[in-house]
Write a protein that binds this ligand. Structure first.
Ligand SMILES: [Zn+2]
Length: 227
C-alpha cells in the first residue's frame, strides 16, 4: 500500500469521478457498472449506481462487482443507494442496492451511499449497527441535508462525506458539519470541478480548526474505516 511510506496526513478525496493524480491527494475514484473508462491507476470504489441500472442484467452486474471488489485497490463498494428522483424503477433500485449491501458485507469493505430522499428506507435496509449482515462502515456521500437528518444517520452508525454543499448559501450542510462528531466525517469533490484543498479550507473554517487539524482528523477516520 502506498500509505506505508508516507505517514504524514495528506488530503483525502473520498469520492470523485475525475481523479487528478495529484501526489498529495489520496483519491477514491468512483466506478459504476457500465462505465466506459477508468482514469488514473489508484484507489477506487465500485458499485451499481441507481442512475445506471436500466436494462442491465443484475446477475452479471453482481458478478462484475464481486470480481472487482476483492482487489486491494478497491477500497469500498459504491456509490450505491436509492434515489427517488431518478426514473430507474424502484424495484430495480432495491434489488441492486441489496446486492451491493451483501457484497460489501461479504468482502469486509465499507459502503459509499448515494441517497436522494430515501434516508429512512436505506437506514431500514442497513439494519442495526451490530447486524453481521451489514457492511462494517457506511458513508453517505455528498451530504447536503439538515443536522436533524445527519443525526438520524449518525445514530444508525453511519458517517457522512461533505463537498460542494458546504459552499452553499442555505448553510444546512455547513451546520451539519459544524455539529458532527469528529470521527464521523469525510470530504470529497464528487463531480464538481473543485480542488479538494478548497473543501478542506472550508471545513476548517466551519469547524473553527486549522486545515492541518482537519487533515489529521480525516486521515484518522479514513484509516479507521478504509484501511
Ligand atoms: Zn458521485
Amino acid at each position: 500500500m502506498i500509505f506505508q511510506n508516507n505517514l504524514s496526513p495528506r488530503f483525502i478525496n473520498l469520492h470523485t469521478h475525475s481523479p487528478t493524480g495529484d501526489p498529495e491527494v489520496v483519491e477514491i475514484e468512483n466506478v459504476y457498472f457500465g462505465q466506459e473508462t477508468m482514469h488514473t491507476p489508484g484507489y477506487r470504489s465500485v458499485g451499481l449506481h441507481p442512475w445506471h441500472l436500466r436494462g442491465i442484467d443484475l446477475d452479471a452486474a453482481e458478478r462484475w462487482l464481486r470480481e472487482l471488489a476483492v482487489s486491494p485497490e478497491m477500497l469500498a463498494i459504491g456509490e450505491a443507494g436509492l434515489d427517488k428522483v431518478t426514473d430507474t424503477p424502484w424495484e430495480i433500485q432495491l434489488d441492486a442496492f441489496g446486492r451491493c449491501l451483501r457484497v460489501a458485507a461479504d468482502t469486509g469493505k465499507p459502503l459509499i451511499v448515494h441517497c436522494v430522499r430515501a434516508f429512512g428506507e436505506i437506514v431500514q435496509m442497513l439494519g442495526h449497527p451490530g447486524n453481521s449482515r451489514r457492511p462494517h462502515g457506511v458513508v453517505f456521500h455528498g451530504f447536503d441535508k439538515h443536522p436533524q437528518t445527519a443525526g438520524m444517520l449518525l445514530r444508525a452508525g453511519c458517517s457522512l462525506s461533505f463537498g460542494a454543499a458546504l459552499f452553499r448559501e442555505d448553510g444546512h450542510a455547513a451546520e451539519a458539519l459544524r455539529q458532527i462528531p469528529a470521527d464521523r466525517f469525510f470530504l470529497e469533490t464528487d463531480v464538481q470541478k473543485l480542488d479538494i484543498r478548497a473543501v478542506y479550507a472550508r471545513a476548517a473554517e466551519i469547524r473553527e480548526i486549522s486545515v492541518l487539524a482537519v487533515q489529521e482528523q480525516v486521515w484518522e477516520n479514513f484509516r479507521h474505516l478504509f484501511l
